[in-house]
Design a binder for this molecule. Sequence first.
Ligand code: FES
Length: 291
Amino acid sequence: MDKVLTEEVLETVPGLENTAYTVSRGIHGAVLSGGTTVRAIADFFHGVWLGHPLHPLLTDLVVSTWTLGALIDLFNLNRRESRFEQAADQLITLGVAAAVPTAIAGFTDYSTISQRAVKTGMIHGLLNTLSLILNVVSLTQRRKGNRNNAVMLSSLVAGMLTFTAWLGGELSYRYRVGVNKNQTPDRPQDWTPVMSEYDLAEGQAIRREVDGHPVLLYRYGGTVYAIGAVCSHEGGPLEEGSFDGYCVECPWHHSVYDVRDGSVVHGPSTYAQPNYQARILNSQIEIRLPV
Ligand code: FES
């Protein structure tokens, strides 16, 4: 992967990657050891309920309100009309309110970010946190009537957002954070023999390539289940995960999937695994996509 300028700059900061990675996995460790309530909260902020990462959806609200508020402030700089001041104040306030869950969702995703993206993720998070602090200060300045200070701070934030939003784009499009790592299979449409049933013991999991797609086969309670073998989150090998009843936990960042339908039980993954029907015919395990 070619490096961009920010990546080369970040690499010159001693210890940044180690620190960023330690913080990231420290948060993840706290989530895992925090019990079912903490895990449920983390799942919520990952966006498991949405079937899509929550963070990028919320950032649109923050970027749009803060940018529009700053533009109205600048437009009103010489006019000093109260209706524009009110509009700008309300937009900055709305953005601050939206920035809190946005930041929580961002740090939740950061807790399981891939190592190659961790430095960019940390700078993105820190600058956005600084933006939130500056706009909170801007709001207090607005209430005190220090309009020029408030406008200066909100304008500074709007400028910083251009850079941090670009970093967010880097995280999504360059490092593919939050992108489904599975290719949605369109085959097999017909029942396809995969392996002998005698090669898959009770409780055993095995990976097989079927029409170019990696498939996890798992036998539990005498029934064979088949889902995509590549974890949707960052591509972890599910056949190396830990199995508990109908659930498989990814060995990389502990997403949990239900092998009966590939659905996400726990994040960080928000995308269900490809799901196959499986049967045993003439001692052969066969699979196909649901019809
Ligand atoms: S690769 Fe991250 S949870 Fe599977």
